[in-house]
Design a protein around this ligand. Structure first.
Ligand SMILES: [Zn+2]
Length: 680
């Protein structure tokens, strides 16, 4: 195998690369394979509590906290405290952290119709908080134990060679406090994760950030080598690769996922285009344009105010990435939420189907976690009383993926790097059997582009070593293009197997391997094969025994001695009979280059150094009545060496070859249903 990495800098295996267009359409460009990660089991902690010290009626305390019990310990500095007030007319609350001398000691929060949400910032250790509403007060102690997780999320502010940090802004005398904005946004994302994972029953898990001694998130200013012009000419993928290489060279970190925000993103009112604005995440790097930084809060004290800010952006002059809502609040919500979405891709997550999930356009509703009512916007006159289930979150499949992600582990751990997960299909029962000696952390049902559902796991119990997935029950989620099972173990290691691979009988697995091999000196061209040579190859293979592969994948390495495992070309032959002439499509995937001849006619050729994948390409061909001869040539550079090959008829039904070489139509029912719209 000769992998062609999309990025050469990634110190972790590049796993998932997803490009978004200007945020209106989510477009998956390439999904390779997912690696990922771990966290310790923390039991769900959502609980109601109150210790009312103020004036209150007998029925309802003046102030009650609904999402924290007294003396709770959390692993991130900014809790979002939610609760209820007896006074339904109150519009604000205050929280005073009497243990802190920072500027965030006193913070104001929102109240609406008897509910409140307020942020506070904790210092290490015990924090005595006072929540105040009118003349009422409630004491609450929260402990902050900083994470020890060495897997960390970093934030970079990318400037051109001049080092100019100014972002585009319509605000007069904008303080251009990019450090404050990035510090605040990263903390909000961290808090969002913990709160919403907890709401879903996954515990208050979230990623670690780099904090300085004052508790501020380190913002790495990264000065590039060229003028902004050059970066404005780059497309998103180029800028992403460029930023990745730069970070790797100057500040490479084997355990970091990085968010990069370019300062030089510019909206051109004449063309209506935004330059160096992109939304892209995968491997170790998430990139999101800085064109709307001017809407982001500069401090925690401003965070909730920002999400209530109804100022309208003049879209003739300035960028507004807000799905047409064009207010400051909506733009801040969409763009901070989208940055988190891109980080989601770096954690190995695909898009999902739940419209409130961060891994869909749910990120537009990032604001709702921190607010109680949504203000008007350009397309809506009134405020909107959103429901609990309309708040952005990590939907089931995403949360199940994050729970054991190493970046959500909270503490340093010794990981085992050996993947011990197996995924098999019991042909008779129709069960997919997942086993892992490390314990199974999450099972997600997905297709090429989307995660649909997850199999519930009780996180209060030790991680299961075996889980049976009854295909009949989950059939509607095992559909779409390339349905697959994604498993993450308790070590944060992931395994992805497509449903097709679990049902190998539709693949041509029995071949006669020719003893003839030839060197492959130049991977830029195939070795010459004319019709005479093809006859020689066929004759040499015809006398070899028929070897059957147990799996869908036909591994050439097992058929040739080790000294012929590099820079070599080899051939395999299969003859079969058909009762009639048929138009077919031949689906192939190979490692590396591939040619396929059917009855002497070349039907497939792919000259590439590539990793193997099922159904990389398909080509039409003619099977004739009577005997047919299929010859494959797989040219090998180095590493893995093998082939997937299967055949469909014109209707799209699978054709298989029986042991005695007859073409038959087979039922593959699980691969023929359409996907549903939303998972759990
Ligand atoms: Zn995406």
């Amino acid at each position: 195998m000769a992998k062609k990495p999309l990025v050469s800098y990634a110190s972790y295996e590049v796993t998932l690369i997803v490009i978004e267009t200007s945020m209106n359409k989510l477009l998956t460009v390439i999904v390779i394979l997912a690696v990922v990660c771990f966290s310790c089991a923390e039991s769900p902690t959502a609980a109601v509590s109150q210790k009312n010290t103020g004036l209150a009626s007998a029925e309802q305390p003046a102030i009650s906290v609904t999402n924290y019990t007294n003396d709770t310990t959390i692993r991130y500095p900014v809790p979002l405290i939610r609760g209820a007030l007896a006074d339904a007319n109150a519009t604000s609350v205050k929280v005073i952290n009497t243990s802190s001398n920072r500027s965030t000691r006193e913070m104001e929060g929102l109240a609406h119709e008897g509910n409140f949400k307020v942020l506070t910032e904790l210092v290490g250790g015990s924090n005595k908080l006072i929540i105040r509403a009118g003349r009422d007060e409630l004491g609450l102690t929260l402990n902050y134990k900083p994470q020890t997780n060495p897997y960390v999320v970093r934030v970079f502010y990318l400037t051109d060679k001049t080092g100019n940090t100014e972002y585009q802004t319509p605000i007069e005398n904008d303080l251009q406090d990019y450090r404050g904005k990035l510090d605040t946004a990263m903390k909000l994302m961290q808090t969002f994760n913990a709160e919403r994972m907890n709401d879903m029953g996954f515990g208050r898990v979230t990623f670690n950030l780099e904090f300085d001694a004052d508790g501020r998130v380190k913002v790495h200013k990264l000065r590039t080598d060229d003028g902004a012009d050059r970066y404005h000419r780059m497309d998103g993928l180029k800028l992403w690769s460029y930023s990745g290489r730069l970070i790797s060279r100057r500040l490479g970190h084997p355990k970091a996922k990085d968010l990069v925000i370019p300062a030089f993103t510019r909206f051109d009112p004449n063309t209506g285009k935004a330059y160096a604005h992109t939304a892209l995440g995968g491997g170790t790097l998430a990139l999101f344009g800085g064109g709307n930084l001017f809407t982001w809060p500069s401090s925690l004290a401003d965070a909730q105010k920002t999400f209530m800010d109804t100022r309208i952006i003049d879209t003739k002059k300035f960028f507004s990435d807000s799905v047409g809502r064009h207010t400051f609040w909506a733009t801040a919500s969409t763009t901070i939420g989208a940055a988190l979405h891109e980080l989601g891709h770096t954690f190995g997550m695909p898009h999902s189907r739940n419209r409130h999930d961060i891994m869909t356009r749910g990120f537009d509703r990032f604001n709702r976690v921190f607010t109680l009512i949504e203000p008007p916007h350009a397309r809506r006159k009134g405020s909107y009383e959103f429901k609990e289930n309309e708040i952005a979150f990590w939907a089931g499949p995403s949360a199940a993926w994050l729970k054991f992600n190493r970046w959500f582990a909270l503490d340093e751990k010794d990981y085992c790097e050996r993947n011990k997960t197996t995924i098999t299909m019991e042909r008779d029962s129709g069960n997919i059997l997942v086993t892992s000696a490390h314990g199974i952390g999450g099972i997600i049902l997905a297709d090429k582009e989307h995660a649909y559902a997850h199999i519930p796991i009780d996180y209060n119990q030790p991680a299961p070593l075996r889980v049976d997935v009854p295909v009949a029950r989950y059939r509607k989620y095992l559909a779409g293009e390339r349905p697959a099972i994604r498993v993450i173990d308790t070590q944060g290691l992931s395994t992805v197997v497509t449903l097709r691979e679990l049902m190998p009988r539709s693949f041509v697995r029995s071949w006669r391997f020719s003893p003839l091999t030839v060197p492959w000196d130049n991977p830029k061209c195939f070795v010459p094969v004319d019709s005479k040579r093809l006859r020689v190859i066929a004759a040499s293979a015809a006398s070899a025994r028929l070897s059957k592969s147990e799996t869908a994948y036909v591994d050439f390495l097992t058929h040739y001695p080790p000294e012929r495992h590099r820079n070599v070309v080899a051939y395999a032959l299969r003859t079969f009979t058909s009762d009639k002439a048929r138009e077919v499509r031949i689906f192939t995937g190979s490692d590396d280059a591939l040619r396929v001849w059917l009855n002497g006619k070349l039907v497939t050729q792919v000259l590439a150094l590539r990793s193997v994948r099922i159904d990389s390409e398909s080509n039409s061909a003619q099977i004739r009545a009577g005997e047919n001869t299929l010859i494959v040539e797989v040219s090998q550079g180095a590493g893995g060496w093998g082939l997937y090959l299967r055949i469909e008829d014109q209707k799209g039904d699978d054709l298989a070859l029986t042991e005695d070489g007859k073409v038959v139509t087979i039922e593959m029912p699980f691969l023929k249903t359409n996907p549903v719209d939303s998972g759990n």
